[in-house]
Ligand binder design. Structure first.
Ligand SMILES: [Zn+2]
Length: 318
């Protein structure tokens, strides 16, 4: 860039040779550059604060504030405006799907189980522009203990390969549409006879991978089993067709990685693909499969992991 003085004509140069005039010019140029400098800084600050205002940038909110082992951590996200792809949500090396809930709003669900250690979890949300890290402490919880003793030589009922595969495929369903709304209702009118998360000792040995993956209802034989929330029937299996452990079983997809399974039924009232509203009949309580007496086992899964249905009965997760 040319020196502003050299651009002036010779007359002006002569005038500027006058010391006082030259000083005035220098003062003006210095003042002018400073204005541009400070102006740029001010504009940068204004733009930066616009980006940092909550609601305008990537922002995550976790509920419940103090989850207990077995509960679902709900991650509500406000993404950077204009993003068309959902943000990614990671905990450790696991990624959880996030679903759109409206303009720039997304939600992901992170399951926790009795098999995990209590303590801090770091949840990383990224939308391609910004990354946000959130911390949450998962509280410990006492789960009831059951002691089961087998008599020697008694192996118990073994699941068939077909049964294991069909059930695993069902539990891994993640469909984009949210089909539930509000709190879940009880799937049976009986009392709950065994809570979620019970740990076991088999013949005195702690079963470190076992926990009761559901909630049992002790309704009478033949009593109604109904849909606890809206969904689509995605699994129907019969004991006589090889569902030896689950017995007569129905699986309902509630959408967005949330599914329910209903086991040991005496009869089934639904077919695969059928849409259900809360309270719609599914079947009746029985004792089919690996069951010692009439009861309903209701398992609720988030991203293929069994979580405590009690939280979903008590709180609306919309
Ligand atoms: Zn059970």
């Amino acid at each position: 860039m040319l020196d502003p003085i050299s651009k002036l004509g010779s007359t002006a140069q002569k005038l500027l040779a006058n010391r006082s005039l030259l000083y005035s010019w220098r003062w003006f140029s210095r003042f002018g550059s400073a204005s541009i400098f400070w102006g740029t800084i001010a504009l940068t600050i204004v733009l930066w604060s616009a980006v940092k205002i909550p609601g305008l940038a990537l922002n995550g909110q976790l509920t419940p504030a103090t989850p207990k082992l077995g509960e679902t951590i709900v991650v509500n996200i406000t993404a950077t405006p204009g993003k068309t792809t959902p943000p990614t949500v990671k905990v450790g090396n696991k990624t959880y799907p996030a679903f759109n809930l409206g303009t720039d709003r997304y939600r992901a669900m992170v399951p926790t189980t009795p098999l995990e250690r209590p303590g801090d979890r770091e949840i990383t949300i990224a939308d391609g522009t910004t990354t946000s890290k959130l911390k949450i402490a998962v509280a410990d919880r006492k789960f009831p203990i059951q002691r089961i003793n087998f008599s020697p030589g008694k192996a118990g009922i073994q699941a068939t390969a077909m049964e294991l595969k069909e059930v695993a495929v069902f539990k891994a369903i993640v469909s984009p549409e949210k089909l539930w709304s509000g709190k879940f209702i009880a799937p049976n009118q009986g009392r709950t006879s065994s809570p979620y998360g019970v740990r076991r000792y088999y013949n005195g040995e702690f079963a470190k991978d076992y926990y009761h993956r559901g909630l049992d209802y002790a309704g009478g034989y033949g009593s109604a089993v109904v849909a606890p929330a809206g969904g689509k029937v995605a699994l129907v299996g019969y004991e006589k067709k090889g569902f030896r452990v689950h017995g007569n079983v129905v699986g309902v997809d509630h959408g967005q990685g949330l599914v329910s399974i209903f086991m040991h039924l005496s009869k089934i009232d639904v077919e695969e693909g059928q849409m259900l509203a809360p309270g719609d009949p599914i079947g009746a309580i029985g004792s089919t499969g690996a069951s010692t007496g009439p009861h309903l086992h209701w398992g609720l899964y988030v991203n293929a992991v069994s979580i405590d249905p009690v939280q979903w009965r008590g709180n609306a997760i919309d």
